[in-house]
Unconditional design. Structure first.
Lengths: 418, 489
């Protein structure tokens, strides 16, 4: 079982509560000091990162036991990784991995949530995580004459993702991205109706086996195409292809880039030129799986050295959110004439989640909406006219929060400027 | 262990069904103690109602803030105060802040910095409750213990709402001693046996002048935040000395001259813990640092309110250090390292790195007392750590201890701890034995009496204080529902 290898990490938690807040150095006010939506919303300590670790520790010691409250704890977490960043500011211990393993074990033990079962079942049957017939996955591209990477040779695969493909409100993101890639002269292609769900959201929900099947199918398709680069505008997809596929040794040498990284690169090379003025003051929301969870996977196998010091052979490097994708989206925004960027209190590695991750969007929409409203409140406090993000799930969450604040994806603003 | 349905319903009626839980499986999150239930009141009235129910049904209760530590009774009711998290008032004119129990120090500090004020953040870290009584890195200028509690709102062990000090007579929070009843001697909100029974629901925390910026300008990503712009009139240094006597003499002179914003007797391992981002880096830096220091030392922050004030303080510091043959640690003079220490040690997120990271857990002996005596004792306690270090049972910190003066005086805090792997029972046993031995030595050799434990042996030597305390406790808590370890941590 996966949780066992984190036994030493679980023993390291001393209930300091740092996991509930943004790193102490960064606490700038009372209002936006929390980083974990789950503990902020549900209060009982089990909903915090540390509380979850203690429950996992007890499960290892006494065996897995489930109750309504424990299952409520399991499902009401966006798996956003913020607890881990705050803990790992000071501590050397794994936080997110044991929480993920606990979730995986719950699924293996048959303690699932109907709404999540339904979402995963859709993926099993139709290769997508949102309602929609697989055959219609590429409908957003009708008439655009975009290459099909499963049939034609391309340099870059543009993986659109489930939500963008099936939610008509999001089609503009795919169409905008395709337009920008075309303007930059990139030889790219899409999967259209053949595109497969990345499986990342299933993994977040704890369905490890389903995720792996999906990942293997995707990599087979990608390898067959011969393309060396995959670009996606979905943070969940980015995290899946770049981090999770690598974690399970499936990624190979595929270069995975988020659209914000790719567009920042194209702007720098002069292939995209934002010249039109966009008079707007915006604040940028870092999607969890592009930001702190978007940093590369670190492969490590080793053991603790004997003695009283918590050190390992070989030395262990922890993923602390340090190397997430923070600058490229900001660079894109800063390249747009007339646009002013103002920052929120909680940004980058300690950004507040939009609410949609970890299956919360499906299993507890109220909690997802509450989390999004908290973020909107923070965005509004900056005086910005709009909140900009780089993930369709974040955009959906913010739009559903019923705020007066405008909501954009970074692609939409870049498209206006180019 | 759970309450019967009727009793549970009575508690539920106070806070609502969503704020009480008796699922035994969630207790793992609360130090694995089999509490009968966890309840989360939202205000003082609810706390009072809960405590009255505890008296009615003879149920032991235990309140917590962030819940870092404490003593817990199986089968008791855990009153988790995390919904009481409001800053009620920051009174700039009279220099106090009124807070509820779950306001953490980092939150209050961020708000007070904006107003040119700060307060005593306890050594447990800014992740802990601002209301907590105790000591911290900034004691030299922000005092410690119960001096920092002004008026207090307290729910007595029987459930009465009591307002102490000025709050009791005028509704104002400016004083803990009056006009109105003074309960300062029994309302300590500390750790046993000095902890008051009952529950603090609001307290006025004393504020002090803050000479630093309204907010630090930071750069970089976690875990390495550095100062973008070092405040012009702030400086951090570490000085080491050839002997304990020279170090202590310099410490006293610095206190008397009132030049330090922070004066903290870190040992090199603690400095290394603060400036490094992982254990491997820590051991490498500590190894280098240990070779560069002359002997015992301390960390100091000087902060001026003007160029002249800053220059004066630096000049005085230079003289004191020179007079006592002190030597500045070059590593800390590096502007980046200096900046890290400035932010670490004033925003006090330092404690977790210092204590937990490299070993896993720790056990300490903290003492308030006359610094020259307690330093002598701590030197011996440090030597007694060496066999444990050699056996690989505890973290190799060179046998270091730490401490600092309080209120620029000879009174101060001294502490020594052993960090070790919490899964290593042999280490745990050895550290427990070390603690017992060193506490016994402190009494035997007339250094101090350790007052963190309910020690009858120590009490007998000190006017039977425990007997008196038990009598006070019995008068306050006739139903014995609020153990002496029952107050906030």
């Amino acid at each position: 079982m996966g949780l066992e290898k984190y036994q030493g990490d679980l023993a390291m938690c001393h209930r300091c509560s740092a996991c509930k807040f943004i790193p102490m150095q960064k606490v700038a006010n009372k209002e936006f000091s929390y980083v974990c939506p789950s503990i902020a919303r549900y209060d009982f300590h089990i909903y915090s990162g540390g509380g979850r670790l203690h429950v996992a520790k007890a499960a290892l010691q006494k065996g897995f036991q489930y109750s309504d409250r424990i299952l409520d704890m399991v499902k009401n977490c966006q798996m956003c990784g913020a607890c881990g960043v705050s803990c790992n500011y000071a501590m050397d211990m794994e936080v997110m991995e044991p929480i993920q393993e606990y979730r995986i074990q719950s699924v293996k033990d048959g303690h699932t949530v109907p709404a999540l079962d339904k979402a995963v079942e859709m993926m099993r049957k139709g290769n997508n995580m949102v309602p929609g017939a697989a055959a219609k996955r590429g409908d957003w591209a009708k008439g655009l004459n975009i290459k099909d990477f499963t049939k034609e040779k391309v340099d870059v695969i543009y993986h659109v993702g489930c939500l963008t493909s099936f939610n008509k409100d999001m089609w503009k993101l795919a169409q905008g991205t395709a337009g920008l890639l075309r303007k930059a002269g990139v030889n790219f292609g899409i999967g259209g109706a053949s595109e497969l769900c990345c499986g990342g959201r299933a993994y977040q929900m704890g369905y490890e086996e389903d995720f792996l099947k999906q990942a293997k199918k995707n990599m087979a398709q990608i390898k067959k195409s011969g393309a060396k680069t995959l670009v996606t505008g979905c943070a969940d997809g980015y995290h899946a292809f770049k981090v999770l596929y690598d974690k399970y040794n499936l990624k190979g040498d595929l270069e995975v880039l988020h659209t914000s990284e790719y567009f920042a690169r194209l702007i720098k090379k002069g292939k995209l030129k934002p010249v039109k003025k966009v008079d707007l003051t915006v604040t940028y929301h870092d999607p969890c799986r592009l930001g702190r969870l978007g940093e590369p996977w670190i492969h490590w196998e080793g053991k603790k050295l004997p003695g009283g010091n918590f050190v390992f052979d070989p030395p262990k490097t922890y993923r602390r959110g340090t190397h997430g994708v923070y600058d490229p989206p900001r660079d894109v925004l800063k390249s747009i004439p007339g646009l002013k960027l103002t920052e929120m209190t909680r940004i980058k590695e300690y950004a507040w989640c939009c609410g949609a991750g970890g299956g919360v969007n499906e299993s507890n929409p109220d909690f997802a909406a509450w989390t999004a409203r908290e973020r909107i409140k923070e965005a509004s406090s900056t005086g910005a006219e709009a909140i900009v993000t780089a993930c369709p799930w974040c955009e959906k969450s913010f739009k559903e929060a019923n705020s007066n604040l405008k909501v954009y994806d970074i692609v939409e603003l870049l498209e206006k400027a180019v | 262990m759970t309450f019967n349905k009727d009793i549970y319903k009575e508690f539920e009626d106070v806070v609502g069904a969503e704020n009480i839980c008796d699922d035994p499986l969630i207790m793992a999150a609360y130090k694995d103690n089999p509490f009968a239930a966890v309840i989360m009141p939202k205000n003082t009235a609810e706390v009072s109602a809960i405590v009255k129910l505890c008296n009615k049904h003879k149920i032991i209760f235990r309140p917590i803030c962030t819940g870092w530590t404490g003593l817990f009774v199986p089968g008791s009711l855990l009153i988790d105060l995390r919904r009481m998290n409001h800053i009620i008032e920051i009174n700039e004119k009279n220099m106090y802040a009124v807070v509820e129990p779950y306001v953490i120090s980092a939150e209050l500090q961020a708000e007070t910095f904006k107003r040119g004020l700060h307060f005593c953040v306890k050594g447990a870290g800014s992740n802990c409750a601002a209301i907590l009584r105790g000591h911290g890195h900034l004691d030299e200028t922000t005092s410690g213990d119960d001096r920092n509690h002004l008026a207090v709102e307290w729910v007595s062990p029987e459930g009465d709402i009591v307002h102490s000090g000025s709050l009791g007579s005028s509704g104002e929070w400016f004083s803990g001693d009056g006009p109105g009843i003074s309960l300062r001697s029994i309302l300590t909100s500390a750790v046993p046996p000095g902890a008051s029974p009952g529950i603090f629901t609001k307290a006025a925390v004393k504020l002090y002048h803050w000479p630093g910026p309204t907010a630090y300008s930071l750069q970089g990503q976690s875990p390495r935040y550095t100062l973008k712009d070092k405040p012009a009139y702030m400086m951090a240094r570490y000085f080491s000395f050839s002997t304990v006597e020279e170090m202590f003499n310099a410490e006293i002179k610095i206190g008397e001259s009132e030049i330090a914003l922070e004066h903290m007797g870190f040992n090199p391992a603690m400095v290394a813990g603060n400036i490094t981002t992982c254990n491997e880096e820590f051991f490498e830096v500590f190894g280098r640092m240990a070779k560069q220091v002359k002997g015992p030392g301390f960390f100091i922050i000087i902060a001026g309110t003007s160029a002249e004030d800053f220059a004066y303080k630096k000049k005085v510091l230079d003289k004191i250090i020179a007079d006592n043959n002190g030597e500045s640690l070059k590593m800390v003079e590096d502007p980046e390292i200096e900046g890290i220490l400035l932010i670490q040690c004033t925003r006090i997120s330092a404690s977790i790195r210092e204590t937990f990271r490299s070993g896993g857990t720790f056990k300490s002996i903290p003492i308030m007392g006359q610094r020259d005596l307690t330093i002598k004792w701590a030197t011996g306690a440090g030597e007694a750590k060496m066999p444990l270090i050699k056996k690989g049972l505890i973290l190799d910190d060179g046998g270091g201890f730490f401490g600092w003066g309080v209120e620029q005086g000879h009174l101060g805090k001294t502490e020594i701890f052993c960090a070790f792997n919490p899964t290593n029972q042999e280490a745990m046993d050895a550290v427990n034995q070390w603690r017992e031995d060193q506490k016994a030595r402190a009494v035997r050799e007339f250094y101090f009496a350790e007052t963190m434990d309910n020690s009858e042996e120590v009490s007998k030597k000190l006017c039977n204080y425990l007997e008196w305390w038990h009598k006070i406790h019995k008068a306050l808590d006739p139903n014995d529902v609020s153990p002496e370890a029952g107050s906030l941590v």
